[in-house]
Structures are given as C-alpha cells and as structure tokens.
Design a binder for this molecule. Sequence first.
Ligand SMILES: C[S@@+](CC[C@H](N)C(=O)[O-])C[C@H]1O[C@@H](n2cnc3c(N)ncnc32)[C@H](O)[C@@H]1O
Length: 280
Amino acid sequence: MKLKPVFIKNDTTLYHADCLNLMEELEEEHPDGLFDLIFADPPYFLSNGGISCHAGKMVSVNKGKWDESKGIEENHEFNLNWLGLCQNLLKPNGTICVSGTHHVIHSVGYAMQCLGMKILNSITWEKPNPPPNLSCRYFTHSTETILWAAKSVKSKHYFNYQLMKEHNDGKQMKTVWKMGIPSKIEKSFGKHPTQKPIELLERIILASTEENDMVFDPFAGSSTTGVASMRNKRKFIGCEKEQDFVDLSIKRLSNLKQQIGLRHEKGRNRRSQNGHWVNL
Ligand SMILES: C[S@@+](CC[C@H](N)C(=O)[O-])C[C@H]1O[C@@H](n2cnc3c(N)ncnc32)[C@H](O)[C@@H]1O
C-alpha cells in the first residue's frame, strides 16, 4: 500500500486521504472483498448559502467546501463512483449503510440499484428535538434516511434479529429509530458539523455484524463509526480527507476508555446480559 495510516491502535486504523484513492489501493490488495459492513455518511451537498437555526440563532447552513454541490449530474457521478468502489470492497455477504437527507439519498438509492446491490431496508432516523424551521415555509426537517443494502442480490446478509428484538422490549425492531443528536459528552473532543450519535452507529453495527467483523467508513468525519466499532469489538478502518477532522478522530479514538466511562456514568446505557449496550 502506498498510503500509510495516520493512526493504528489494536484493530482500529485511520487514513488521512481521499477515500477514492484509498479504496482503489485496498481493492488491489483484496480483490475478493475485505469488509463485512461499510457505513458511509457522504457529503450531503447542501452547503449552498441556506440558513438554519442553532441554539435559537439564525446560522448559515454551510458546513465546509467538502459539502458544496457540484450540480445534480456531477454529484450523482461521484456517488456512483464511491459506491462502486465500496461494493467491490464488500465481502460477498457484506452490507452497506448510507445515511443522508433528500439532497443526496435519492441519488444514492438509484446508484445502488444501477450497481446491482440489493436494498434491504430504508431506515428513518427521527430526531425528537430538531431545530425549528425559521422560514416557516416548510415542514420542520426532523429525519435522516439510512439505506441498508447488500453487495448483490445473491448475498446472504447477516441480521441479528434476536438482539434487535431484545433492544426493542421483545418486539420486532421497526425502521423508524427515534434518537437524539450527539450528546455534549460525545462532542467533548471538538465538534464536527455533521457528527452522528454513537447510539445510531452502535445499532447499525450490532444489527449487521458479529464480533471481530471488519467495518469501513470512507467518510469518517469525527470517526463515530470507529468509536462504535471499538466499543463493540469490531475491527475498523476509516478514511477522512480534512486535517481538522483527522485530528478530532484521533482524539476520540485514543480516548475511548474515558468516553465509555463518561457515557456509562451518565446512566443512559447499561450492558445487557450478552454484553451489548442498551438504552435505559
Ligand atoms: C457527513 S460527514 C461524516 C460525519 C461522520 N459520520 C461523523 O459522525 O463525524 C462527511 C465527511 O467526509 C469527508 N469527506 C468528503 N469527501 C471526502 C473524500 N473524498 N474522501 C474522504 N473524506 C471525505 C468530509 O471532510 C466530512 O468530514
């Protein structure tokens, strides 16, 4: 491999790179696939001068250069490109979860179908306390979508049905997940503008992988996927392009023990009999 990791700790590895380059290199070394699960939270292409509300104040929605739209066709071309590389890197029975808002998720779903992936579920993450819509001309945006797909129609994907049922008071887990945005503790090492809650990543990982499975996140951001993988004994490879977010990721991944302690003390979670984290 020409690219060298910037962080390695046990089974957790982070690259500071463009994920397209990293995936091309990984594919050369692992032509039969490497990952059991890929979680991707790609650019949403929504940083185009809009406004939003944060802590009661009007703020720009701009998240950074990486999130600017290049136009519908170029955005879709980009989605096809990275999703195709992800597909090649999945093991035959591996699955991919992609999160996004309406700005990107329809292109992602269409690209998945064009690539011959098998869409397994469309999950809605519902945020109980979304910021109000300041323009009062739209419904309040309060959800994100997660598309869960298998590498191909032939894949025999893994789903931990029993555990999900246990986490849902003995009833089948549905596709609407009500979860808050990341807590202050999760942002104690710094902020990422689109950081996902650890709880969300833990549910995805516990539902679709087993211990020691390989998880990949091409758009790692603050490495929430890495934190959730470490907490649940999964192997992790992440990739992030921006130096600031690489630094934040390294802080989070190095201080995992402290984070587990803080989260546990807060009393939001407890370990169930089989050792997994469940909400109280
Ligand atoms: C939506 S955010 C991911 C946030 C992440 N899920 C978290 O919880 O922190 C997307 C990230 O992808 C990064 N990114 C954008 N294009 C990239 C590329 N081509 N290769 C690697 N990272 C990229 C951005 O810098 C940004 O941090």
